[in-house]
Ligand binder design. Structure first.
Ligand SMILES: *Cc1c(COP(=O)(O)O)cnc(C)c1O
Length: 377
């Protein structure tokens, strides 16, 4: 048997035996990119693929986005950028949001990554490298328009702009900032940050500007500037919490039933005996737990099977959780079957809400024990 046969057999084996199966819909991913690009109008639509494309696998995600027309990618760290450069080849622009750590500038340069310059030390180190290589280096200037996380505070940025040598040795490709409250459209900080950013941007009229990530795109055209930078919305997370999700779901996560049992009213279930059955029940134990990134803090979780809701019973274990299958028609579910943990009836945002977190944390926390499949783009 050849290498390919063997690897195909192993894939089939993994699909048949894995405790849970994660399916990433690359068609929906490309559609989401096009939706966001259309919303952005004349602004360019970049893609944020940090944290291994929000846990979904940059190696499979990034080429699909590139094929959908994306020419600019953002990662958080230099190492992610190096990996992404290997995946995408020399064409697309790759920016590193955290910038280069001290001493990491040469790696950035070697792999044609553009650092986001967040503070004076990063700026000076990148200028020093430009002097050493004897030519202007591409750079992105980040302004802190009101989040106190990354970027030059407005006062510092103004001083830099007033200094004739402030950007010496740099080819500024972009000036950017990031919104703290974009998922709350009525939050007054949005207009405040926009105004602070616009004021700095007026001092650099020839440099393209970018303010909005996923949610900011939905705040209106005046938040788009020249480029938008969605991440979450590409992957199906709702960029407008509390409103119908305009994005297509990208992730489906199904867990396998290990065991079915009948248990009498009064039976205590799981660690800490945290749940006690109020009626005679039929329980399904499924092979997904907090080691797979399904949060132990989940309260009132549920899975779905053929349109039926299966409420979670008791605590999430490391490798399993227990579902109440009492209301399923008999014979619907048997060991080996798969139930939806994330799926058409249970969006990732709902899974997150029952663990008191956000879809971002659920996706980026997804474990490596799943069998992963990608639907063709
Ligand atoms: C993560 C990140 C994004 C993408 O944000 P989403 O909310 O996932 O769209 C864009 N810009 C910056 C600076 C980020 O850190």
């Amino acid at each position: 048997m050849g290498v390919i046969d063997r690897s195909m057999r192993r894939t089939a084996e993994a699909a048949a035996t894995a405790g849970a199966v994660l399916t990433v819909d690359l068609v929906a991913l490309a559609a989401n990119y096009r939706t966001l690009a259309a919303l952005a109008g004349t602004a360019a639509c970049a893609a944020v693929v940090k944290a291994d494309a929000y846990g979904l696998g940059a190696e499979r995600i990034a080429p699909v986005l590139a094929a959908a027309g994306c020419r600019r990618f953002f990662v958080a760290q230099v190492g992610e950028g190096v990996a992404l450069r290997d995946i995408l080849g020399p064409g697309p622009a790759i920016a590193v949001l955290n910038g280069a750590p001290p001493g990491g500038e040469a790696a950035c340069h070697t792999h044609a990554l553009t650092p986001v310059l967040n503070e004076a030390g990063q700026l000076r180190a990148w200028q020093a490298l430009a002097r050493r290589v004897g030519r202007a280096l591409p750079a992105i200037l980040q302004i802190d328009s009101g989040m106190a996380r990354f970027g030059f505070p407005v006062g510092e940025a103004t001083a830099l702009l007033d200094d004739p040598a402030g950007f010496e040795g740099l080819a500024l490709h972009l000036v950017m900032s990031h919104l703290a409250c974009a998922d709350e459209p009525a939050h007054p900080a949005n207009a405040g940050q926009r105004a602070a950013f616009a004021a700095i941007r007026r001092r650099l009229p020839q440099v393209p500007a970018s303010l909005s990530a996923s949610s900011g795109i939905f705040l209106g055209e005046e938040f788009h500037f020249d480029m938008v930078r969605p991440g979450a919305a590409l992957y199906g997370i709702n960029p407008r919490p509390g409103c119908p999700n305009p994005m297509r779901p990208v992730v489906r996560l199904r867990a396998r039933v290990v065991q079915m049992r009948d248990a009498a009213a009064g039976t205590a279930v799981g660690y800490g005996h945290a749940a006690e059955l109020r009626r005679d029940s039929r329980l399904a134990t499924v092979a997904i737990g907090y080691a797979d990134g399904f949060p132990r803090s989940t309260v009132g979780g549920e899975a779905w099977c053929e349109g039926h809701r299966l409420p979670q019973v008791g605590r999430v274990s490391m490798d399993s959780l227990v579902l109440d299958a009492t209301d399923l028609p008999p014979g619907t579910l048997a060991p080996g079957d798969l139930v939806d943990i994330i799926g058409p009836d249970r969006p990732v945002d709902a899974v997150a809400a029952s663990a008191d977190t956000i879809g971002y944390e659920i996706l980026t926390g997804l474990g490596h024990r799943f069998h992963r499949t990608y639907s063709a783009a």
